[in-house]
Write a protein that binds this ligand. Sequence first.
Ligand code: IMP
Length: 426
Amino acid sequence: MSATVVVGVQWGDEGKGKFVDILARDADIVVRFQGGNNAGHTLVVGDERTVLHLIPSGVLNSGKICVIANGVVVDPAVLVDELAALRARGYLSDDACLKISDEAHLIMPYHKAIDVARERLRGKGEIGTTGRGIGPAYEDKVARTGIRIVDLLDAAVFEEKLERNIREKNLYLKAILREEALDFGAVHDAFRAHADRLRPYVTDTALYLHREIEAGRRVLFEGAQGTMLDVDHGTYPYVTSSNCVAGAVAAGAGIGAGVVQQVIGICKAYTTRVGNGPFPTEEPGAIGARLRETGDEFGATTGRPRRCGWFDAVLVRQAARLNGLTGIALTKLDVLTGLDPLRICTAYRAEGERYERVPASARLLAAAVPEYEELPGWTEPLANARRLEDLPPNARRYVARLEELSGTPFTMISVGARREETIILA
Ligand code: IMP
């Protein structure tokens, strides 16, 4: 029995796609268990760059089974397009390589319309969502009015549920949000076409995973977003609408909580955030701009520039605890080349108190002033490093300090976007 979970430890965009792609080589099955197409996982293989939003990042390794489990919210139009694009490039030629849970909830056009309209009404207080309808889809799931994949495949049930939902959502869209109403017929017909396209992949993925785990198959669970975007443990309300921590695997994929053996946190060598909300180590000036440019810090889903700042050991330590991390894969160390000195946040001060944890109050966190320690930088490019000893001494010192502060052994270090630009430590 072997199950590994990969999670983001910061605010998403840590570079999970690259490491899932690498770890998938030693897995038989790769599973998405939460979130939806708000995620954008970028993979670089050879000269080819692939951005995936829904299908697990293991898909570029041949012979792997990819699973979209029940905890994911699925926009069928996006999934159908992603599927077609991958198939056109020779991936997923065998239908048996993709399995979609019949219990996963659908993102409907009204979810997107509501997401976008609400953000507009929030004005300056907007969350900065990806506008993909994620929050409203999870709301309907919890309100027990959602439409699931199993409903999509049953023409009569789908028609009835869609009819009821569209009637209610159109009232809300028109009267409260001052938006256009949606046309039942257009949505219905588009979704019937999606149903036919997706039907071959739909199954009871919880049962499938149970059997495969029992049979000794190696399963990799691919988290999306990051710990600080978790709806319970993140910087609420500036979070996404799902649980992103490792514990979400049990509910989001329907497996026993004791199955997971390894939890790998993916952690950037500095910090970024896209969307609004407190970010204590943010560098709004030249240093942030430099990190954004060198690190190509633009959202893979929305293209938005990411906010950039120094490494925050307070939140990484907190993420290590919340996820029960067994290891950390550090990404984008190469981006720091040329910055001197480097700063690491070890605690915050806010309203006369010192914090070694992330306070729950968004107001307090927004007021938090980081306590920094400084380390000397390096000037050498790192892309050719394959062993720790290949790194310049100051880069090794920086990595060792991050490892010490996070309280978690580092297992891999990424020094470039390509698969091979990686130092494997354990
Ligand atoms: P939502 O998930 O679209 O509702 O967006 C809520 C917050 O999560 C916003 O700040 C988004 O920018 C952020 N977010 C959602 N998905 C991702 C991701 O995959 N990477 C980084 N940030 C994300």
